[in-house]
Design a protein around this ligand. Sequence first.
Ligand code: FES
Length: 112
Amino acid sequence: MPKVLAQGKTIECVSQANLRKILLDNGVDLYNGGSQVINCRGLGSCGTCAVKVEGEVSVANWRDQTRRSLPPHSPTTDLRLACQTQVLGDVKVTKFDGFWGQGSQLVWTPEG
Ligand code: FES
């Protein structure tokens, strides 16, 4: 089974599991600040679930690519929308600061 490392937790999941759901179901702080309340609940439109993902995941779909092409995100950063991402193998997840997770400062890493 794939393993997801995020905020010091190691979470096992089935292949093709939704990354947003895995993180939320296991108490990982996917959203920064007010975006915990104000987010699109996984529709791929708000962009606040953005994280850096290292490992084997699905190819970014058009919702992911479209939202991340719009400010304050940038299409050139290597983030992904967790809600639009399926886990295919072991992955490490990192969260950056900013309402949309678009910042350059670490909020949490795979290890903690
Ligand atoms: S939860 Fe809104 S884009 Fe992922």
